[in-house]
Structure formats: structure tokens, C-alpha cells
Ligand binder design. Sequence first.
Ligand code: SAH
Ligand code: SF4
Ligand code: F3S
Length: 451
Amino acid sequence: MAKTHKHKKLYIKTWGCQMNVYDSNRMVDILSGLGYENVDTPDDADMIILNTCHIREKATEKVFSELGRLRPHKQAKEAKGGKMLVAVAGCVAQAEGDIIMDRAPYVDMVFGPQVYHELPEMVLKASGDERVVNTEFPTISKFDSLPKEHTIEGASAYLSVQEGCDKFCAFCVVPYTRGEEYSRSAVEIIEEARRLVDQGALEIILLGQNVNAYHGEGPDGKTWNLADIIHKISEIEGLERIRYSTSHPRDMDDDLIAVHGEIEMLQPFLHLPVQSGSDKILKAMNRKHTSDFYREIIAKLRKTRPDIAFSSDYIIGFPGETEEDFEASLQLARDVNYASCYSFKYSARPGTPAANLKEAMVPDHIASERLARFQALINEQQTAFNKSCEGKTLPVLFDRHGKKAGQLSGRSPYFQSVYVQGNERLLGNILPVKITQAFDNSLTGEIEIND
Ligand code: SAH
Ligand code: SF4
Ligand code: F3S
């Protein structure tokens, strides 16, 4: 194929999970073949894509306010005789495609997370002044038609291995916005991993809504699990680090737990969402496991990989949550002792079973007060974990500039942000850093020069 001259500007804004970041990167790859070049401002762009997230209420409103802000840019471009295509992609698009089309008549394209490989056709239609809504769940996977070329993703690269979810937790929109669980073939994943490493990736983060539910076709005709994938890609020459996210406790099988002890480059940090420490609430959430089951997995992982650190997600104020249930969440967090942890106030999502539990809703002021108490505990744990790193030397993968001049930023094995002063040619390397100071959300240190 002849190289296309890049003469059109594409601006993408991404919300939500890492899978959306992966999808945005892939959209850039597809549109690059149509002559679009990625830019970091909406001014004068030829196409704007908002890649959206529907997981909590405020996300949808953010999309509409962003659309409102972009409208003058589109009008300004049109006043000069130009054209700016505005697209809403991702999970809000999937769930509320028609509402977006009605509420924002200047939106040209709305498409869900499973059809962005059809962008060339959609762009053609929209360029001809047709408004496009595409929220199908196609039978052929988008992965089969994505371009092989990747935009350079840097030293740390995402790789989606699994999509969608069949678990139907009572509060969650993901099974509706992403569709049913699907695993890519192992060969496809290994090839993509090789290409990323060839382009300079030192770290690969395997992604999925339930990445450890992975069960794809292996090159030997057998079904491979995530442990098999990790073993295989750990053999790629030049790859230094592997991570995976996000996992479900029920899919933490013995093979995967064992891999944490077998593969050194699998980083000693795991994000393992639990949502609640109360068995009654876990049941109402349809999580299908108890808090002790979660404690056992944590204990097994610590036995296999003694330096492993954990993070999690908790929902505070799920319908029916009493003070006692909430205290069980505090207790579970105390028992695990996280390196970091996200907590969210429950938000009722249309179409999910929990949205019908209106009588059991926890009053907002109580939910807010519990959230503050939970976050205070987590801040304490996170700060203590960060403090425990002071004086240690940690390998840091530097992949971006820091906020201050001459500053570089990278990630420790425990996924902490680490800032140092250093020359930008050090970006894209893993270097030993002596940690000098710990803060609530980051570390600072000095690169150790080995003679
Ligand atoms: N697949 C992952 C979660 C993906 S969604 C898992 O099973 O753990 C990311 C996080 O958003 C969830 O872990 C949950 O804590 C939060 N979340 C999802 N739906 C929510 C809702 N309705 N209200 C508040 N938080 C929610
Ligand atoms: Fe949502 Fe539950 Fe599926 Fe996670 S496992 S994506 S929380 S339904
Ligand atoms: Fe959000 Fe969709 Fe990811 S709802 S969290 S962008 S799967």
C-alpha cells in the first residue's frame, strides 16, 4: 500500500479504562491509513473523537459538556469553509447512541467499542453529510480487521487480549456496553506482543475487562489460559516487564497464582477489585464469592510472591449497605493492607439490576460520609506503603516527562509514579532509582549511576 500523506488533523479525547486507551490507539492506527495525523488540540481539527466511558453517572454528563465546548470549534472551522467531523465513540455511545444524536445535532458519528474497525466506511458516509449511528455487536471480531501497524506506543504498551464480560455484576454496565466475553487467539496476541517489543516496548500490560477469564485458542489447538500467555510472551527477547489488568477474584486460578512465582518479569503488583467486604453485599452484587475467598487468594499470592503489593476497587453505599456491611469493607481493606485502592460511591446505572433497588438506596450523605472514611484509611495505607520505599533502590521504567522542567517520570514495579531529574534521552529505559522521598501519590528519587 502506498504511504498516505498525512494532511488531516485528528483529535481524540479518551475517558474510562485502559481498554479505551487501547481502542483510541487503534483508532489512530486506522485513521492514519486515511491520512489523519493525531494532534493534541481540538483547534482546527478535521476530526474529533470522544472515546467515552459509561461506568458512573458523571461520565455521561462530562461527554455532553465536552461536546458543548467543542461546538464553537466546529462552527469556527465551518465559517472558514472547512469541515470538522465530530464522533462519539466508546461505552456512552453504545448505551446512549440515539440520545446523543437527538441532544447534540452537530455530532456526525456515534459508534460503539466493537465496530471502530469500520471507521473507513463510517467516515466516508459522514463526509457525505450522512449522520452515522453504529452500535451493533458484529459477529466478526474487530481484532481480525485491525491494522498490523501500531503507532509507537512507547516503553509501556497496552495489549487487549480479552473483551467484554459475562459476569453481570448487579451494578455494572460493562456487559451491556462491551458485549459478551471474547478471547483473542494466542497466536494473534503473541504476534502483537512481538511487534510492540520490536517497536521499543519494554513493558506489556495485558488488558481485558476480566483479563484472567482469558481462554483463547492456542497454537497447539488447545485452549490457553492467561498463565499460558504470560509464559509465552515472557520468552520474547527484549521484553522486561509484564502486567495484566483487570482481574476478577473468581478467575484467579492456581495456574495464574503460580505464574507470579515462576516469572520474575511479571511485576509484583496486582489490581484485584473486590467491591465490598460484606458477604451479604457481595451476594447482592452477584460477585459470587465471599470476602474470605478473596482473603485466601491474597494469602496464596503473597506466599508465591512475597513482595507482591495489591490495589483494588470498592463500591461504597451499594443499596442495602448497613453500617455493619460498610465496616466489613473497612476490615477487609485493613486485612489486605493495600499499596493503593480506588473507591467509588455507588451510582445507579440505567438497565442494570441494581438500579431497581430504589427502596434500599443508601442516603447520599451517608454514602459520602462512608466514602470519606474509607478513603482516609486507604490514604493512610498508601502513604505508609510509599514511605516503606524510602531509602530503597527500585527499578523504574521511565516513559514520560514530569510536570517540572528537566523532570522525568516513570513507574516502579509497584506501579507508583516516580519522579527524578534527568536527561530526556533516558526515557524508554529501566534504571535503578534510589528513593529519597515518599508522598501520598508519588515518590521522588535519584538515578543511581553504576560505575
Ligand atoms: N471488571 C472489573 C471492573 C470494571 S469497572 C471487575 O470486575 O472488577 C471498574 C470499577 O468501576 C469497578 O471495579 C467498580 O468498582 C466501579 N463501578 C462499576 N460500576 C459502578 C457503579 N454502578 N457505581 C459505582 N462504581 C462502579
Ligand atoms: Fe462489570 Fe462485574 Fe463484569 Fe467487572 S466482572 S466488568 S464489575 S460485570
Ligand atoms: Fe468505562 Fe466502558 Fe471501560 S464503561 S470502564 S470505558 S469498558
